[in-house]
Design a protein around this ligand. Structure first.
Ligand SMILES: [Zn+2]
Length: 440
């Protein structure tokens, strides 16, 4: 009798272990199955390193990539293929941040019930948040200049445009995979640049929150600010001005002076709070991390760091996110490359009052310096930057947003070694925004 009972207990124990293991497998299957299915080692999903089946579209349903029976086709026209290259990825998988690699299981049409089986075998369809028309407009407007155009819908956090140059036609890729010219890099997301005067947004934020009389102060520029045996210089003597004019005229002397007053540690704290010294997360990948070096108190380097020169580096995506936060009253949206259409609750990085003041100053910059007439039908609030980078031509920056809830776009444009920010990068921002508000 005892023997029978022992056997019964053994059987129950074995059954319990089996149930536990089955439960564990099912848990892993439902939580990890998409990763197993999307693995490049799964021959049902991949053929020769390429997805067997699946479609990727832009936010309007325009087909950007289609795999069928292991054959991959990109968009029919070369401009679209080049403009969306870094977002979609290339056949060889050299563009690691491309959607085809990152969202493989969704594109394949994987679900836990049917696995990779889809009716007709055409795989799934993944709708990205990017706008193909805006991306084409961005690459066309960049011409043959290198750099990046990043546009975010600041209500939803959807990435509308992430165009990077140089690139290549994915239907005609470069022959040498070891090509070191950086064609595989999405410069809007995975590169950092000297910010130049767009960094004055950070110095201004620190000044607004630290110096209560900032907007009442009278500033003066003689064209040079002498510090520690050297000088911070402006192209012209800007004369007497208020802080709004110092921003609109992009007066290095005023911002150099503010940096000396605020101190390097305060500016560093604001660069960090505004998200410029950390990576920005985008559906699980991280952007390039910016940096701000604290120069010694009272030094020429500290003065220049307040005007975005010295050792400071920022990522274009982080600059666009900051512009988005200013547009939204101080909260930075959570960013995504997938079409959601949902409002992002965001994370507060600025008090609402400070965001409102920055927005007003940026509005003034456009009215006084960039010209409202250069952005017809838009309410562009922006800051330009002409970032000195050694002996070559400066980088041209234009960062800002359209203050219109019906077309809520924040942007960062960077053109490498291309001269004046307002004159060169401003028109690129306008071309992309016109395409977006015109409905493309
Ligand atoms: Zn000046």
């Amino acid at each position: 009798m005892r023997k029978v009972r022992n056997r019964a207990l053994s059987v129950i124990a074995i059954a319990l272990v089996c149930a536990a293991l089955t439960g564990f497998f099912l848990f892993r299957y439902f939580t990890q199955g998409d990763k197993w299915a999307g693995s490049v080692y799964n021959s049902d999903a991949y053929a020769g390193g390429r997805l067997r089946a699946g479609t990727v579209t832009d936010r309007e349903g325009e087909v950007l990539y289609k795999a069928q029976d292991g054959e991959v086709r990109y968009a029919a026209d070369e401009l679209t293929r080049r403009a969306l290259l870094h977002v979609i990825g290339d056949r060889a998988g050299n563009i690691g941040a491309g959607a085809v690699l990152r969202f493989a299981s969704q594109i394949s049409g994987y679900d836990p019930i049917n696995g990779l089986w889809t009716p007709g075998g055409e795989g799934g369809t993944l709708a990205l948040s990017v706008d193909a028309g805006a991306s084409r407009a961005a690459l066309s407007a960049m011409g043959n200049r290198n750099g990046a155009v990043v546009v975010i819908n600041y209500v939803t956090g959807e990435l509308i445009c992430a165009v990077s140059a140089p690139g290549f036609d994915p239907e005609n890729p470069p022959e040498r995979p070891e090509d070191a010219s950086g064609v595989y890099l999405n410069r809007g997301i995975s590169a950092t640049y000297t910010p130049g005067s767009v960094f004055k947004l950070v110095t201004l934020t620190a000044a607004i929150e630290t110096l209560p009389d900032l907007f009442d102060r009278d500033f003066h520029c003689d064209g040079a600010l002498y510090v520690g045996g050297g000088s911070v210089t402006c192209p012209d003597a800007h004369g007497d001005m208020k802080i709004e004019d110092a921003m609109a005229l992009s007066c290095n002397c005023v911002f150099g002076d503010l940096a000396l007053e605020l101190g390097g540690e305060t500016i560093r704290q604001y660069a960090e709070r505004l998200g410029l010294t950390d990576s920005v997360e985008l559906d699980g990948i991280l952007s390039a991390q910016g940096s701000f070096e604290i120069a010694p108190e009272g030094s020429l380097d500290l003065a220049w760091s307040g005007a975005g020169q010295y050792e400071t580096l920022v990522c274009p995506l982080a600059m666009a996110r900051l512009a988005a936060a200013i547009a939204r009253g101080g909260t930075a949206p959570e960013l995504t490359e997938l079409k959601t259409g949902r409002e992002s609750p965001g994370t507060r990085i600025l008090p609402e009052e400070t965001a409102e003041r920055l927005s007003c100053v940026m509005d003034y910059c456009t009215a006084k310096t960039y010209g409202d007439q250069n952005f017809p039908g838009l309410d562009i609030r922006a800051k330009s930057g002409t970032a000195e980078v050694g002996d070559s031509q400066p980088h041209a920056w234009f960062v800002g947003f359209n203050a219109d809830p019906a077309a809520p776009y924040a942007f960062a444009v960077i053109l490498e070694n291309s001269g004046s920010g307002a004159a060169e990068a401003g028109p690129v921002a306008n071309a992309v925004l016109q395409e977006l508000v015109g409905g493309g």
